[in-house]
Design a protein around this ligand. Structure first.
Ligand code: ZN
Ligand code: ZN
Length: 621
């Protein structure tokens, strides 16, 4: 019965498989035929037809079952549900038989034309459709593009979350905000430790990155090992902890790696990424050169090692530290509770206490290094911060490089700070958290993968990464530049993209998840570029005579008080359009609205070369 069910499922899925099944059934018949003859010859009183028939049936059943089991293993599937094409929204499903393990669950930030959108989360329809198989989320590190969508996705795909200590703590503070902490199973995994999820085992391996506790994953599947680097760099002198576990990566490589999924962010950059420690030296010299001034340092909240180094310099040069910005306060608190940052007693002071100290006794560590409008540094630059006022002589260090897309806002903040007389320093005050070309090559040299799947990067980065992979000996046909939604199936003899699943991002605006789609976005773009004209009129029921109006109201189109003639003429145009409808005895309001819209937009275009959105409203009395 069980066999039948499975067969049926496969029949539905793939006629090809069923054909093969039928063929093998024939084979089974033939071979059992031979077996029967052996049986009859060998057995005493071998004539018992029934016995033989039973034996044949059982045997065939067993063989069919074996074949079904073999067929059932359609191989290993790697399905990125996001994270390719652009930076952000990393999430990849690894599937083998009845097991799906999901690597990361990040969000991404909107493009400029996605007006009003706060962020984008992955579409996990595929996971929901296969919910029985999904065993858990395995998270590489605590950056938003790897964990940010978890609170939204866990509401639909409630499976356990596995991560290292700091990563899980950052996730937990998010889950608390969304009241999900009770309903979510969570487990801390240490470096070197493995977890078993269905038929897949996952080992966490230490890496270095711009956030502590980052991990690479060795994913042991029945088809072979996938090595997933997560975001990484090779830092031989990290600020916290020890260097990436190259030794272990080499051991795994020695045993054979089927596929390597490796970070591509810096694949265009030659050489090596500098150690985080080099930034500490720069801080020291800036502190030494500006011993009289107040120092403000803006950096990523999650870069705990960077914050540590600023604090180290502060201690060295006898300054107190103020931490400003909500996310900065949150992460520093979590990190110091868990022992990932070491802050000596009496170094931190409250922002309110700042007035009790002179400029040369203060360092402010703040968010806003990306020019984010609402972040503390932007508010200081725009003079709308309640407690910190930029004054001539202040030294502002931007300890970051702009993420692609943020260049303009960062530039604006630098301009505003400079206009207020602050000295803004942004040279050598940052190192990347991602591997450059030579580091990527090292990972290839250690793992020697059969297949290469460049991940984490825009298309241009993936392309460069593919070149590196080829240079490192991976045959071109074994390198896969996947698109989000591609189903890469790896069987014993080959790998190919066999299917495509839904993987468009879902837009989040305020509390609305997915309720803003293309139509709403198009309206927002139209409104933002051309404004809106509303035509209101009241008609008498039955006769359709105009009782009141038409009145014309506009927003974002022209300043009405200075365009009285235009509006007056527009009203005439609307009246004419109405008369035309009435003379043709058109009483369908939709037709009337269309007539008004068309003639008004013609007129407006002729007069202004603009195309505002026109919204006729007809009321009835
Ligand atoms: Zn990332
Ligand atoms: Zn990262």
């Amino acid at each position: 019965m069980k066999v039948k069910e499975t067969t049926a499922v496969f029949y539905e899925r793939s006629p090809d498989v069923s054909r093969r099944l039928r063929n093998t059934a024939v084979t089974a018949k033939v071979s059992t035929g031979r077996k029967r003859s052996i049986d009859t010859n060998g057995g005493s009183e071998a004539g018992s037809k029934e016995k033989t028939a039973n034996a044949v049936r059982t045997h065939r059943k067993r063989q069919v079952k074996e074949i079904v089991n073999n067929e059932k293993s359609q191989g290993l599937k790697i399905i990125p549900l996001g994270g390719l094409e652009k930076i952000g929204m990393n999430i990849t499903a690894i599937e083998y038989d009845d097991t799906i393990v999901v690597i990361d669950c990040g969000l991404s930030f909107p493009e400029d034309e996605m007006l009003g959108i706060d962020f984008i989360i992955p579409d996990v329809t595929y996971l929901k459709d296969n919910i029985d198989k999904v065993k858990g989320f395995v998270i590489t590190h605590g950056h938003e593009d790897h964990i940010g969508a978890l609170p939204y996705i866990l509401k639909e795909v409630n499976v356990p979350v596995y991560a290292t200590k700091l990563t899980l703590a950052i996730i937990e503070s998010k889950l608390k905000e969304h009241d999900l902490i009770k309903g979510t199973k969570r487990k801390v995994v240490k470096y070197g430790q493995s977890i078993n999820l269905g038929c897949i085992r996952i080992e966490f391996i230490r890496t270095n990155h711009s956030i502590a506790d980052s991990a690479a994953l060795a994913i042991y599947t029945p088809a072979g090992v996938i090595f997933h680097t997560g975001d990484f760099k090779i830092d031989f002198t990290p600020v916290f902890g020890t260097p990436i576990d190259l030794q272990r990566i080499g051991e795994i490589g020695k045993k054979g790696v089927l596929a390597l999924m490796c970070d591509s962010t810096n694949a265009e950059r030659p050489g090596y990424t500098m150690s985080e420690k080099t930034v500490g030296k720069t801080f020291d010299s800036i502190f030494a050169d500006h011993s009289k001034q107040r120092i403000i340092v803006a950096t990523f909240a999650s870069n705990v090692d960077r914050v540590q180094q600023i604090i180290n310099s502060a201690v060295k040069y006898g300054r107190k530290v103020v931490i400003e910005g909500r996310s900065m306060v949150n992460i520093v608190t979590t990190a110091s509770e868990l022992g990932y940052i070491n802050i000596p007693d009496n170094i931190l002071i409250d922002i309110e206490q700042m007035k009790n100290y002179t400029d040369d006794q203060i360092v402010l560590i703040t968010t806003g290094s990306q020019g984010e409008t609402m972040a503390a540094l932007s508010r200081m630059a725009a003079s709308i911060h309640k407690k910190v006022f930029i004054k001539p002589g202040d030294v502002v260090i931007l300890s970051s490089t702009p993420i692609p897309g943020n260049e303009k806002s960062v530039s604006r903040v630098i301009n505003e700070l400079s206009m207020k007389g602050a000295k803004v320093i942004y040279q050598d005050t940052h190192v990347s958290g991602h591997a450059c070309q030579e580091e990527i090559k090292l990972i290839y040299a250690l793992t020697k993968p059969k297949y290469a799947i460049p991940v984490h990067g825009e298309y241009r980065h993936l392309i460069r990464h593919a070149e590196i992979a080829e240079l490192m000996g991976v045959p071109k046909e074994n390198i896969f530049l996947l698109e989000s939604g591609d189903v890469l199936t790896i069987t014993e003899d080959k790998a190919e993209v066999t299917d495509k699943v839904t993987a468009e991002g879902i837009l989040v605006d305020g509390l609305g998840v997915g309720d803003v789609g293309n139509i709403v976005l198009r309206d927002r773009q139209l409104l933002s570029e051309n404004g809106l004209i509303i035509v209101v009129m009241t008609l008498e029921r039955g006769s359709n005579q105009v009782v009141a109006g038409p009145d014309i109201v506009s927003r974002g189109f022209v300043y009405v008080r200075e365009s009285e003639n235009l509006i007056e003429e527009a009203r005439d145009v609307v009246e004419k359009a109405l008369d035309k409808c009435l003379s043709k005895s058109t009483t369908d309001w939709n037709k009337m609205k269309t007539e008004i819209k068309d003639s008004l937009s013609d007129y407006i275009w002729k007069k202004t070369k603009r195309t505002p959105m026109i919204l006729p409203i007809i009321m009835e009395v």
